[in-house]
Design a protein. Structure first.
Ligand code: TA6
Length: 282
């Protein structure tokens, strides 16, 4: 089943249901905000029960698409954090229920005057989402301009965990990272642990990455990305965010695959950059 639906406030999303899983994708931001494998006891992605589903407001959870910048845009810090793609209306350009039981949806965003006024380049984004036993996302970024552009991008994925203080991550050992909380560089020597706010950019990311929860392991395999951002807002920051339920931090961890800071990407005129993520749970 693939059905276009609207919330009472008119907010549009696509609901997908097949023999493997159920998913929901907002047209704004081509933002997957729900995915649950039929064989799982809990959803794969976490979404705040205080999130807004309103035009122009980023959904707190699921997989926000960060483009064309990550975090604040240095030269224009007043612009929306993580770029405009996640708060822009995308268009469904293809949808297919395949013979193997999976469902594929493709959404597109082409630059408009509003985008051009803040970021003066011609571009096309196409996001392909495959809902199957695993969740696959492919973001194709095309430079339609006559000049190169530099981008920082990420799948800002919020994963649902039973207790964030008890999860382990395999694949970060000895990795260099930038700690956004103190602006310093470190190396992951100790076992990864969440017992405070975590906001780190790991460089030179490796595949696969395992997020080990008590009842399941979530394995991330990415292509076209060299950075991994790990974020948990913990108590204080959660209280500061209107769209974050106070204790929501206990059951989520962001593992964001993309290219940020020193890993940012230059896309030459008429060329494409592909960012891919496959998420499996077992
Ligand atoms: O996950 C990295 C990060 O840049 C954090 O610093 C935090 O700001 C998070 O993104 C959430 O950003 P958002 O704009 O969605 O509130």
């Amino acid at each position: 089943m693939i059905e276009k639906k609207r919330l009472t406030n008119g907010f549009e999303y696509i609901e997908i249901e097949n023999s493997y899983a159920k998913a929901k994708i907002a047209l704004q931001g081509a933002h997957l905000f729900y995915y649950k494998n039929n064989a799982s006891s809990s959803p794969l992605m976490w979404t705040s029960n205080s999130t807004f589903f309103e035009e122009g407001k980023a959904i707190r959870g699921g997989v926000p698409i960060c483009f064309p910048w990550f975090g604040k845009l240095k030269e224009k810090p007043e612009l929306p954090q993580h770029g405009f793609a996640r708060v822009s209306p995308w268009e469904v350009v293809a949808q297919e229920e395949k013979e193997d039981g999976s469902t594929v949806v493709r959404l597109e965003l082409i630059n408009n005057k509003k985008h051009f006024s803040v970021w003066g380049y011609l571009f096309k984004l196409q996001l392909e989402i495959v809902v199957a036993k695993s969740l696959e996302m492919r973001l194709m970024i095309e430079n339609l301009d006559v000049k190169s552009f530099e981008i920082s991008t990420a799948f800002h994925s919020y994963f649902s965990v039973s207790d964030v203080t008890r999860v382990e991550i395999k694949g970060l050992e000895n990795r260099r990272y930038y700690d956004a909380l103190d602006g310093k560089l470190y190396e992951q020597k100790m076992k990864f642990q969440v017992d405070k706010e975590i906001d780190r950019v790991y460089f030179n990311s490796k595949n696969p990455l395992d997020l080990m929860d008590t009842h399941r392991t979530i394995t991330l395999t990415s292509k076209g990305s060299n950075s991994l951002v790990v974020w948990n807002p913990w108590v204080e920051k959660s209280h500061q965010m209107k769209d974050m339920c106070d204790d929501g931090y206990k059951n989520m961890l962001c593992l964001e695959t993309g290219n940020v800071m020193e890993d940012r990407v230059i896309v030459e005129p008429k060329k494409k950059h592909l960012l891919e993520l496959m998420v499996q749970e077992h």
